[in-house]
Design a protein around this ligand. Structure first.
Ligand code: SF4
Length: 265
């Protein structure tokens, strides 16, 4: 079984491959569903809450007033209401005023496409700010975020494909990525970009995609600590039962809405 020609690489699928080729194969080549175990139900609950939070923010960015959204959050779930309150009380400072939620950009890479769905892009003629809302209970540190494929894919793709947004490309030095944490809202991580990192990201991402496209064996990772929380561990006989999926990005399962996609030919 091989990758579908219509498959598009995203930060989550590249992250799955970087953690374990077998995990990539199970999820994205075989389409293997998460094993249905109790722990996964809690993961699904958190995924659902994260999606609802993203939807509230999307509605707010699109112009809905905060009051009805606050009431909806309070009626739905205490965690959701708390995250929403933190969002209102601690906005990301200094964002450009042209704000667009849930934007998808993609570009050709290898025999497939590289694709990203941005929670929020805030734009003006001189700069582009990527904002990513994170609802995980333990926010990662700055060095971890800088190494993440999400950071590398999002900033790289905005430079390469962002001309479709404003009619001309952004230079790497005009791009910043901000991670905002629902559980630590007063301490966003702000990650600027530059030409040297952009060139390195291009080499890394195209090299990874070429490697995956040529892969046929998809071996299990040799680092068994990565299996500890993996939802597929029962399939791989790496520990009893399914894992919690905690180390898998909560956004991995988020669908892409094709009508929002802004492709670069
Ligand atoms: S259980 Fe381990 S070997 Fe199997 S897919 Fe998950 S990370 Fe890879």
């Amino acid at each position: 079984m091989t990758l579908s020609p219509s498959f598009a690489f995203s930060q989550s699928s590249l992250s799955a491959y970087a953690a374990c080729p077998r995990r990539f194969q199970l999820r994205h080549v075989s389409g293997q569903a998460w094993p249905a175990v109790q722990e996964v139900l809690e993961r699904e609950r958190m995924l659902d809450l994260a999606r609802r939070f993203h939807h509230l923010v999307q509605q707010h960015v699109s112009g809905l007033s905060a009051d009805p959204l606050t009431r909806a959050a309070q009626e739905e779930d205490a965690d959701l209401a708390r995250w929403w309150g933190n969002y209102l009380a601690h906005p990301v400072p200094g964002l450009p005023t042209d704000r667009r939620a849930e934007v998808v950009l993609s570009m050709p890479m290898g025999a497939h496409r590289l694709l990203a769905k941005y929670d929020l892009l805030a734009l003006d003629p001189a700069r582009a700010v990527i904002v990513d809302w994170k609802t995980a209970p333990r926010p990662p540190g700055r060095e971890d975020l800088l190494r993440r494929l999400q950071t590398r894919v999002y900033r790289y793709l905005l430079v390469e494909a962002g001309a479709t947004l404003v009619g001309r490309p952004f230079a790497p030095g005009q791009v910043t990525m901000v991670y905002w944490f629902a559980e630590r809202p007063a301490h966003p991580q702000i990650l600027p970009y530059d030409a040297a990192q952009h060139a390195e990201d291009g080499r890394t991402l195209s090299g990874m995609i070429a490697e995956i496209e040529a892969e046929t064996a998809f071996p299990m990772t040799a680092e068994e600590t990565r299996c500890r929380f993996c939802a597929y561990r029962s399939l791989c006989v790496r520990g009893g039962g399914g894992g919690t999926g905690e180390e898998v990005d909560l956004e991995e399962d988020e669908g892409i809405e094709p009508e929002k996609e802004e492709d670069v030919a």
